[in-house]
Design a protein around this ligand. Structure first.
Ligand SMILES: Cc1cc2nc3c(=O)[nH]c(=O)nc-3n(C[C@H](O)[C@H](O)[C@H](O)COP(=O)(O)OP(=O)(O)OC[C@H]3O[C@@H](n4cnc5c(N)ncnc54)[C@H](O)[C@@H]3O)c2cc1C
Length: 483
């Protein structure tokens, strides 16, 4: 029976008992950086940080916590944007994967790599490159974000259009389940129909069903040539027509297609003047990235843009003349979240809607928000139907000026997403921040099934309580989640 009132704080007695079961210096006191998240919105609490070196040590920690009914919050790189890695109530044990960073094996001929959960995405890129292969998961936080965290949130990033989300890049998972048993799922198989897809269940579970300790990842051939262009488009509708044209003409060679809104340029000029703007303050623009197995990217892009201009889809643009210029385009794109952070959002929305409804979503939401006097920065992975539609104070005003309206403004955005059959979280997950939206917008049968799975695998609810599943569906007020 799930009963949160039985969860104990990480008291000194538990920590002493736990320490005696583990090698010296596995536990340490929490430091400020363990308890913060990137946008400074939530401040966590913890009794201690456990830093295991092996899957067996993770299992020992989970067994001890399960016996003592102490909640565990798994911690990867801490870059999550929905508060899943920070718990503000109680005194959970933080379980950090930062010592489990080994690349356990690479099979270039099979296009497979085995890795421990604490390896950063950047480290995996390097290991794949050393083997002459590509690991395509790419996101601005990749220097810090770990593969365990990215699988737990089913992270997306800029290459989903071509290669899929983290789930699609993973063949197998090794994980410690809430009772401390180890699930050995690290097969290098692309076909395996021998039971429930527990790999798929643990990916995107945000640490509520198990601690991911290892993963078998898919690699890909490296493209023979890469190229990029930044182009000005009349609006989102033309950007989507350009995407369709690009995919018709170039097919799988289009590896990323990012929409960049007007305010991305304005915010960057205001807060990060050192970052070079690829275009002088345009209206809407698009960053197109190509990875080709043959052909010359600049020529392919020239032909595409000539046709797009003829059709009125593009009004101006720059094709990268070198790899350095391509990297400069990406540096600009990847600095947008930091510029946003410096301006300070009233509310941030990581939404997705079907591609054919995206342009009218933007137009309607912008019009509906005009009376509120907010600035909107709309940018992101438009090729996946996924936009970051973030609201900021008008010039000369601060976030506090909107405190009374913020919840209604968010609701306005999410209602327009829901009307179009979209999702209120496309790639960041639910965490503790969006459980209310699961309750509000979620399908009741699906929520009940999620709660049933959680109760079956984690009866006392020790793994990341308060994340993802609304308290009401669990039949109690979960620790770390107020509704
Ligand atoms: C600048 C910036 C840009 C970003 N861009 C993108 C983007 O383009 N696309 C995107 O999808 N996200 C993006 N993110 C969000 C974030 O980087 C991802 O959600 C990432 O997957 C989090 O990985 P992490 O290792 O930092 O996990 P954490 O933040 O540490 O944890 C995230 C969640 O996973 C759980 N968890 C962590 N490790 C494990 C594990 N081993 N086992 C079980 N559960 C675990 C945590 O408890 C938490 O619930 C961005 C963030 C920043 C700051």
């Amino acid at each position: 029976m799930f009963n949160s009132s039985r969860l104990n704080p990480a008291d000194a007695g538990f920590l002493t008992r736990l320490a005696s079961r583990l090698p010296p210096d596995t536990l340490r006191a929490p430091e400020p950086r363990d308890l913060e998240e990137p946008r400074g919105r939530w401040q966590g609490r913890a009794g201690a940080v456990a830093r295991p070196r092996s899957t067996e040590e993770v299992a020992e920690i989970v067994r001890a916590a399960a016996e003592a009914l102490v909640p565990i919050v798994p911690l990867g790189g801490g870059t999550g944007l929905v508060g899943g890695q920070v718990m503000a109530e109680g005194l959970p044990l933080l379980l950090s994967l930062d010592r489990m960073t080994a690349i356990r094996g690479v099979w270039p001929e099979e296009n497979v790599l085995e890795v421990e959960a604490g390896a950063t995405i950047e480290a995996i890129h390097h290991a794949a490159e050393a083997a002459g292969r590509l690991f395509p998961l790419t996101l601005a936080s990749q220097g810090t974000a770990q593969i365990g965290g990215c699988l737990s949130t089913n992270a997306g990033g800029v290459n989903v259009l071509r290669y899929g989300t983290a789930r699609e890049l993973c063949l197998g998972i090794e994980a410690v389940l809430p009772d401390g048993s180890i699930m050995h799922g690290l097969k290098r198989l692309r076909k395996d129909n021998t039971g429930y897809d527990l790999r798929g269940l643990l990916i995107g579970a945000e640490g509520t069903l198990g601690i991911i300790t290892g993963a078998m990842l898919k690699l890909f051939p490296r493209p023979a040539a890469t190229g990029a262009a930044m182009v000005v488009v009349p609006g989102p509708a033309e950007a989507l027509s350009l995407l369709a044209l690009a995919r018709d003409r170039i097919g799988e060679g289009v590896s990323a297609f990012e929409l960049i809104g007007r305010n991305s340029y304005a915010f960057m000029a205001e807060t990060m003047p050192d970052v070079r703007l690829p275009l002088p303050l345009p209206g809407w623009s698009v960053l197109i990235d190509l990875g080709l197995s043959s052909g010359e990217p600049a020529e392919v892009l020239e032909a595409l843009l000539a046709e797009a201009m003829e059709r009125g889809l593009v009004t101006d643009g720059v094709i990268a003349a070198s790899e350095a210029q391509r990297q400069a385009f990406w540096a600009f794109r990847e600095s947008i979240p930091e510029a946003n952070r410096r301006i300070g959002a009233i509310s941030s929305h990581d939404i997705s809607v079907p591609l054919s409804r995206l342009a009218d979503f933007i137009a309607e939401a912008e019009a509906a928000l005009t009376p509120a006097g907010v600035r909107i920065n709309c940018f992101g992975h438009v090729g996946d139907g996924n936009l970051h539609f973030n609201l900021f104070p008008a010039e000369g005003r601060g976030r506090a000026d909107y405190a009374a309206q913020a919840a209604d403004l968010a609701l306005l955005v999410y209602d327009k997403v829901a009307e179009r059959g979209g999702a209120f979280s496309a790639e960041h997950g639910v965490g503790r921040a969006r459980t209310g939206d699961v309750a509000h917008y979620g399908d009741p049968a699906r929520i009940a099934a999620m709660a049933a799975i959680k109760r079956a695998l984690d009866p006392p609810g020790i793994l990341n309580p308060g994340v993802m599943i609304p308290a009401a569906a669990m039949g109690h007020a979960a620790l770390g989640q107020s509704e």
